[in-house]
Write a protein that binds this ligand. Structure first.
Ligand code: RTP
Ligand code: MG
Length: 151
């Protein structure tokens, strides 16, 4: 399985509900590696770029209003098959339909305030990661601690 990187957003509802640690902890416990992280407030312009496929849809104004309503935590998660693994951990878009055991299934009932974003494929992951992270903001770090761990 190829090593992949995917963009995760802890959405404004999750940040406000103090679920950031819980959500990122689930990714880490699954074995995903956080190789980049930042808190930011998404602007309307960034929202239009991020959700380019949805800009013309009727629900877009509400989606933009929500995603720009407060800070998010953007994370680059790395691992074998990371894109699909994260989508599985997230659960279905609508919290009422998301399976128990998934992040959306366990913490919400909303279709719009659904806690987490994850890229839905390799092209989206590459495009979205560029919107949030410069190359130098993503790290390869295991080699740095290995000598200390085993000395
Ligand atoms: P996301 O992109 O936010 O991670 O969520 P997703 O892949 O599960 O869902 P997607 O189809 O990409 O939709 C993006 C966001 O738009 C809102 N939405 N509203 N009213 C509606 O019919 C509708 N459909 C989608 C949701 O908030 C979804 O997260
Ligand atoms: Mg999506």
């Amino acid at each position: 399985m190829a090593l992949e990187r995917t963009l995760i957003l802890v959405k404004p509802d999750a940040v406000q509900r103090r679920l950031t640690g819980e959500i990122l902890s689930r990714l880490e416990r699954k074995g995903l590696k956080i190789v980049g992280a930042k808190m930011l407030r998404i602007t309307p312009e960034l929202s239009r770029q991020h959700y380019a496929e949805h800009v013309e849809k009727p629900f877009y104004p509400d989606l933009e209003g929500f995603i720009t309503s407060g800070p998010v935590v953007a994370v680059c998660a790395e691992g074998p098959g990371a894109i699909a693994v994260c989508r599985t951990l997230m659960g279905a878009t609508n919290g009422r339909e998301a399976a128990p055991g998934t992040i959306r299934g366990d913490y919400g009932q909303s279709r719009s305030m659904n806690l987490i974003h994850g890229s839905d494929g390799p092209d989206a992951a590459a495009r979205e990661l560029k919107l949030y992270f410069k190359d130098e903001e993503l790290f390869a770090f295991d080699k740095l601690i290995e000598p200390v761990l085993y000395e």
